[in-house]
Design a binder for this molecule. Sequence first.
Ligand SMILES: Nc1ncnc2c1ncn2[C@@H]1O[C@H](COP(=O)(O)OP(=O)(O)OP(=O)(O)O)[C@@H](O)[C@H]1O
Length: 481
Amino acid sequence: MLGASRRSVCTAAAGSRRRAAAGVASTVSGDSAVTSSPDPPRSVVNGEPGVPRLQKRLLSVLAAPKLIGTDNVVSLKLREGSLVGRRYESSAAAVDSSDTPPAEKYEYQAEVNRLMDLIVHSLYSNKEVFLRELVSNASDALDKLRYLSVTDSDLLKDGPELDIRIQTDKDNGTITIIDTGIGMTRQELVDSLGTIASSGTAKFLKALKESQETSVDSNLIGQFGVGFYSAFLVSDKVVVSTKSPKSDKQYVWESEAESNSYTIREETDTEKLIPRGTRLTLYLKRDDKGFAHPERIQKLVKNYSQFVSFPIYTWQEKGYTKEVEVDDPAEAKIEAGDETKTEVKKKTKTVVEKYWDWELTNETQPIWLRNPREVSTDEYNAFYKNTFNEYMDPLASSHFTTEGEVEFRSILYVPATKKDDIPDRKTKNIRLYIKRVFISDDFDGELFPRYLSFVKGVVDSNDLPLNVSREILQESRVVSI
Ligand SMILES: Nc1ncnc2c1ncn2[C@@H]1O[C@H](COP(=O)(O)OP(=O)(O)OP(=O)(O)O)[C@@H](O)[C@H]1O
């Protein structure tokens, strides 16, 4: 699965990235919505006719091609940000009388800059992992929303279905990934997409440091995954438009591959507003535009994201046959009395009518609910690698069900790599589900004795209440059993 192309860390890091100067006025361009589709998304979603009103609105956002003008970012003045790196706060509000709130410019945290340098200039050949990473983020965002909605059902109120949609535009070389998950507030955007928020990425950087000049950086990208930033393996520009239920406003995060900064602005185009979740648009690099082919994306979803437990729809061209009338060139002569009339006969022929529609592309039944006799070793291994971001097959796995006092289903794996030894980071090796809803993987040493903490796996039980709190979980008899 891993590409073997190599490049030294130093060479990559010394790439010629533009450095944004503090206090310089700049212009930020808006993102354009994506569609190559001749028709707007149709009303057949999930095979069911009719789409809820808000979902329709979401779909129309997808279908409407629109380029908004540039936003003004006027004289920016430097201010020291929190942990997340420097922030250039715009003083535009004071001088700009237009209704459009100005974009604010932020600098990436130093580690992110390093990572971006590496990603952007990497010769890593297995770039397609970007889709796995972004779909996995979308799935996490849906998991978070579903979990929170157990105790706060308002979160789902009026909202669209919990799903992931991927639309490609091969003419313009863009891919749009939309989820209806938890979304991000402005602060969460800064905290998540400007810093090293992910443990996977932190591991990556640590391994990178250890490998130093050993020219293995390309492989490291595949081994650890670089999360959200992997979008820049294939993109010149990435635009994230996101709406959290915690905020009234929708925000747009935007950055270019060759930049060490990003901007955040409020979404003001009403046609682009989404009820909830995140829409991520990738503007593909010239050599990577091939990823914007609908069939290619469909294949990648099947390969990498088959175990995501939310429906993933891809936008596909379809055809149906219909009968149409055609003129018959052979004329029929009709004799009536002395006159001979010539009439053109009507005939019908079958033609294929093309249209675009969403197609369910993954299998959504969790693998642990299947009969172990029907699951192949390859499927167990693929699930392990997808779920735990591992690049090697496990040494062993065990899929079992307990019945009686406590019922649960579980798949446990013995990894082939040595235990993660990053201090200060909790292992997130056991994922607990209750009735198929992901609850937590934050069980450092609680679900397993410490000496077994290298074991990875999933546990799903119907015997715990869904709205269980973490404290109750810790004391729960069911959990201890
Ligand atoms: N589609 C999304 N919806 C909501 N939040 C998102 C989305 N994509 C990314 N994020 C936020 O950005 C953070 C960073 O994402 P990134 O992929 O870099 O790491 P991660 O997913 O946290 O870590 P890991 O890859 O180790 O699981 C996420 O933790 C999440 O808070």
